[in-house]
Design a protein around this ligand. Structure first.
Ligand code: SF4
Ligand code: FES
Length: 251
């Protein structure tokens, strides 16, 4: 495949951004999207030009690092995959592909396609943890029976990889799907009950402070989430938040 790439370039956090046009030739349909960008970068390096900066780590849909807005969709045109799992067979010879970084005030651009997602880390630090001892002297897992439905819902919520596609997709740049997945994962299990009240209050407060927008139930986040995190988690977080707001001073 021969392709035209229109790529967002920004030299640094305070530099002005611009779209640049590049051509790549002989791209195999079996390549991943990131491998296609590797080909482009090899071309640029060979010509003595600055390669395009983009985030990646595992390249197998686990770490949540890859974060590209491709032809107006977070993680591109496929469903249930991250950018690193997207294959070039989803495109046609002669296509023009627009590649941009996540757009959100809370995800400032560091360089080119790389954004700073440390706001997610700060939300996690505000409450996304359990303080019960989980090493050394833990009980046998079977000593605490957990209803299968709760275990399944907690597991589904735990598949969130923190990629930020939900934020990039949302017209309000809301982080509610991400935060609700993290709150749900812990609220559904006995280990998470200890800090349950303060967790949801602190994580939501941090989310607001970081500059994420609010949820207006559009549902685009659920559609574009590579892990299929359900909007049900947002409803659960809202219930957790309301309950916590009414009982926090009694804890
Ligand atoms: S909820 Fe989905 S889109 Fe949002 S950070 Fe988690 S995995 Fe990514
Ligand atoms: S590089 Fe790890 S999820 Fe894409």
């Amino acid at each position: 495949m021969n392709l035209t790439l229109k790529i967002y370039r920004q030299d640094g956090p305070n530099a002005k951004g611009r779209m640049e046009t590049y051509q790549v030739a002989d791209i195999s349909e079996h390549m991943s999207f990131l491998e296609m960008l590797d080909v482009l970068n090899e071309q640029l390096v060979a010509k003595g030009e600055e390669p395009v900066a983009f985030d990646h780590d595992c390249r197998e849909g686990i770490c949540g690092m890859c974060s590209l807005y491709i032809n107006g969709e977070a993680h591109g045109p496929d469903r249930g995959v991250t950018t690193c799992q997207l294959h070039m067979r989803k495109f046609k010879d002669g296509d023009t592909i627009y590649i941009e970084p996540w757009r959100s005030k809370a995800f400032p651009v560091v360089k080119d396609l790389v954004v700073d997602r440390s706001s997610f880390d700060r939300i996690m630090a505000a409450g996304g943890f359990v303080s019960v001892n989980t090493s050394g002297n833990t009980q046998d897992a079977n000593a605490i029976p957990i209803p299968k439905t709760d275990a399944d819902k907690a597991f589904d919520a735990a598949t969130c990889i923190g990629c930020g596609a939900c934020v990039a997709t949302c017209k309000n740049a809301s982080a509610m799907l991400f935060v609700s997945a993290k709150v749900s994962q812990l609220a559904l299990l006995p280990q998470g009950k200890v800090e349950r009240t303060h967790r949801v209050l602190n994580m939501v407060e941090r989310m607001d402070k970081e500059g994420f927008g609010n949820c207006t139930n559009t549902g685009a986040c659920e559609v574009e989430c590579p892990k299929g995190i359900s909007l049900e988690n947002i409803a659960r977080m809202n219930r957790e938040y309301l309950k916590a707001s009414l009982t926090a001073d009694k804890d």
